[in-house]
Write a protein that binds this ligand. Structure first.
Ligand code: FAD
Length: 401
């Protein structure tokens, strides 16, 4: 068993978006941080598997990145989207995100998921008190001894002892499952009846965007929808969300093309028939789950954050943003209970102070995360249906200004 010899040791399970950012915050406290990640190093992969290719990064996530001084080098790649572009038939109508008309340039930002993860891993790699162990799958935890058991890709097992365990291992969190054995955790999960598939709209022959990159594009169709977010290579990632029964009804390329001609005719020449058929049938179809649980912690030894604590449907674009904010909020609560980074009490926190901090985080963060989750559920109706009525309502309300 490897036992770190530094002052205070933390094991972070999951080196995805949230685990990596949290590791940056903890390393800044001078703690000895080890990140355990199930997958291989995504920096060595051409394309990261799994979920969405790009994401909307909002002020909430930006503040958390700034709080860890982790924005430089990433913020330069953001593509601001100052409004949503609604596609109905051949018509497009722009709805600004700012309240005060077209000069209010409030924006959410399209960003590459792999790039965000790589950026944070690169930052961690430069921090002397951080170790990243890839191809380590957490199997179980002994909470009394704070020992984690891992299985490696070659089938061998290893143990690791840490003072604090952070579960940032996503929606199907093993840390959460283990936590349920030692806490009276309330837990609920809900799969919605919709799934999603990602498609690509390439740049045109001049290498330019085929739609306005300053907007998040939406094709609302009441019971389903397609959205498009711009990428820095001038392509758009298109995501089609619809009930599983609609996916099942599309069995052949002819079915698919007829469906697009009927529902998304304006996008068809921009995506290209051949590429559409290739991507649709090749790309994985993902399910969407919303998870709520409470508490998030166990004594002074374990805490879950990010999707492990509050996976939400993606329609509010806040899953990652909320997970990033978890790291910022946790840091603020740690500062309150154990002191600012650099102080003796923070470098080697007492179990009592840590226990109080985790308890406060768990109690206060839960209500905010669940509110976000409920808003995400509501916003699906907004995006696929209500937006078609909103431009009229907004126009009316601005007439008075
Ligand atoms: P994850 O990203 O799931 O990372 C968990 C990590 O833990 C992974 O690297 C995994 O390999 C590792 N792991 C899992 N199990 C183990 C184990 N047993 N041992 C070791 N490691 C393990 N959010 C936004 O803010 N904006 C958006 O626009 C947005 N769009 C989305 C679009 C779609 C289609 C989807 C599905 C989600 C979207 N989200 C968005 C949500 C966002 O993807 C998640 O909230 C975010 O990825 C959560 O990060 P995380 O680090 O908590 O979990």
């Amino acid at each position: 068993m490897s036992v770190p010899n530094k002052e205070f040791s933390v094991a972070i399970v999951g080196g995805g978006l949230v685990g990596a950012l949290n590791a940056v915050y903890f390393a800044a406290r001078g703690w000895n941080v080890t990140v355990f990640e199930l997958r291989e190093d995504i920096r060595t992969l051409k394309q990261a598997g799994g979920r969405s290719i790009n994401l909307a990064l909002s002020k909430r996530g930006i503040s958390a990145l700034e709080g860890a001084d982790a924005g430089a080098g990433l913020f330069e790649t953001l593509i601001p989207m100052t409004g949503r572009m609604i596609h109905i038939g051949e018509k497009q109508s722009s709805q600004n995100y700012g309240y005060f008309g077209e000069h209010d340039l409030k924006a959410i930002n399209s960003v590459d998921r792999k790039l965000v993860n790589e950026h944070l891993l690169n930052k961690l790699q430069k921090m002397p008190n951080v170790t990243i162990k890839f191809l380590h799958e957490l199997v179980s935890i002994d909470y009394e001894k704070t020992v984690l058991n891992f299985k490696m890709s070659d089938g061998t097992e290893c143990k690791f002892q840490a003072d604090l365990i952070i579960g940032a291992d996503g929606s199907y969190s093993r840390v959460r499952r283990e936590l349920m054995r030692v806490t009276r955790m309330n837990f609920s999960q809900e799969y919605i009846e919709h799934g999603y598939v990602e498609l690509n709209m390439p740049p045109n022959e001049k290498g330019e965007y085929q739609m306005d990159p300053g907007h998040l594009h939406i094709w609302p169709r009441q019971t389903f929808m397609m959205i498009g977010l711009p990428n820095t290579d001038k392509s758009f990632t298109m995501t089609l969300f619809m009930p599983w029964k609609n996916f099942e009804a599309i069995k052949t390329p002819q079915d698919l093309l007829a469906f697009f001609e009927d529902q998304f005719a304006d996008s068809l020449p921009l995506i290209g028939r051949e590429l559409l058929v290739k991507d649709y049938f090749k790309n994985p179809k993902g399910s969407l789950v919303s998870i709520k649980c409470k508490p998030y912690h166990y004594k002074s030894s374990c805490l879950i954050i990010g999707d492990a604590a509050h996976a939400m449907v993606p329609f509010y674009g806040q899953g990652m943003n909320c997970g990033f904010e978890d790291c910022l909020v946790l840091d603020e609560i740690l500062t309150k209970h154990i002191g600012k980074p650099g102080t003796a009490s923070s470098t080697k926190p007492s179990a009592e102070a840590m226990g109080k901090a985790l308890e406060e985080y768990s109690a206060t963060r839960n209500a905010d995360a669940e509110a976000m989750s409920d808003l995400a559920m509501y916003n699906y109706v907004e995006m696929r249906s209500s937006v078609t009525k909103l431009s009229y309502k907004l126009k009316k309300s601005f007439e008075g200004l």
